[in-house]
Design a protein around this ligand. Structure first.
Ligand code: COA
Length: 268
């Protein structure tokens, strides 16, 4: 076998679709246009000659690199194809000026955790991928005195600082898709946002989903609901990152846990 890596090209779409199905996540398969415009530029493939045997995606938020996906053909697993992909991304990310990288992995995905640990990642925080019906979301307690708004580019830096996001990530979230809206909840005194979500109305899912206090979940879900495609979807998915109190509030309000995640991170 002569394994190598290279940047993805449009002819890799078929292989991508097959490998995307191996991720075991409920996300819809990206169509070809989205693949070419958004994913391909940030994707590398592992190949044996002309055969694609795995792929990984990566993107940067300032000096942080995020690895959204790694997938290896089942017939090729356990042969360090995953490691080959990650080591290539390490080189590319360092060349792009990154000093840290991270990714989310399902808590029960032992092969993936083993792979990332071998590449130097350590567990940074727990996250929870959840789903809640709009009916339950609207039944959560909320403060009618708070205002729901859309985040303007001028406010990106403040949002990032308040919710512990990399400064460069907020504009990247806004550009993620035509169906993504960045919503925030504000106190009436103009004291800055108290909750923030990047809501993709077509998925429909909110990630990140951040509040300064867990009891603000009802307001943030209402802010998302204003943009929901209610004729197509009767629930919303959301990922709560590192905030157990918010996770427990949502679970008590009827949200179901789809899967638990670890965020793994490391210096590059
Ligand atoms: C996770 C995945 C990308 C790993 O790819 P890979 O090419 O097999 O990875 P590597 O060979 O570099 O490393 C896999 C490691 O997991 C280990 N492993 C395999 N099955 C395991 C299991 N059930 N329990 C614990 N470790 C396991 C392997 O032994 C290997 O570790 P080692 O080389 O130290 O022995 C691949 O399994 C995959 O595509 N899975 C489906 C998609 C997925 O889950 N992607 C990750 C999303 S976070």
């Amino acid at each position: 076998m002569t394994l190598g890596t290279r940047g993805a090209v449009s002819a890799d779409y078929g292989a991508f679709v097959k490998l995307f199905g191996e991720l075991g996540i409920p996300d819809p398969v990206p169509d070809r246009d989205y693949y070419v415009a958004k994913l391909m530029p940030e994707m590398i493939v592992a190949h044996d000659g002309a055969t694609v045997v795995g792929y990984a995606t990566w993107r940067t938020y300032g000096t942080t690199a995020h690895i959204p996906n790694v997938s290896v053909d089942p017939a090729w697993r356990g042969r360090r194809v995953g490691q080959l992909l990650l080591e290539r991304i390490r080189e590319l990310a360092k060349a792009a000026g990154c000093t840290r990288w991270y990714r989310n992995v399902k808590a029960d995905n032992a092969p993936a955790i083993r792979l990332y640990e071998r590449c130097g990642f350590v567990t940074d925080k727990e996250s929870w991928a959840m789903s809640i019906s709009w009916r339950d979301a609207l039944a959560l307690p909320f403060d009618p005195g708070l205002a729901e708004t859309v985040v303007r580019p001028d406010d990106d830096a403040e949002v990032a600082a308040r919710f512990g996001l990399e400064a460069a990530r907020v504009p990247v979230l806004r550009a993620r898709s035509d169906t993504t809206v960045l919503v925030a909840v504000h106190a009436p005194d103009g004291g800055g946002p108290v909750a923030f979500a990047a809501f993709d109305t077509s998925f429909p899912g909110a990630y990140p989903f951040k509040t300064l206090r867990p009891d603000l979940a009802g307001n943030l879900l209402r802010a998302c609901h204003a943009y929901a495609e209610l004729d197509r979807h009767d629930s919303i998915r959301l990922t709560v990152e590192g905030d157990r109190a918010l996770y427990e509030t949502l679970a008590a309000g009827g949200a179901t846990l789809m899967f638990a995640l670890f965020q793994l991170a490391s210096p590059l």
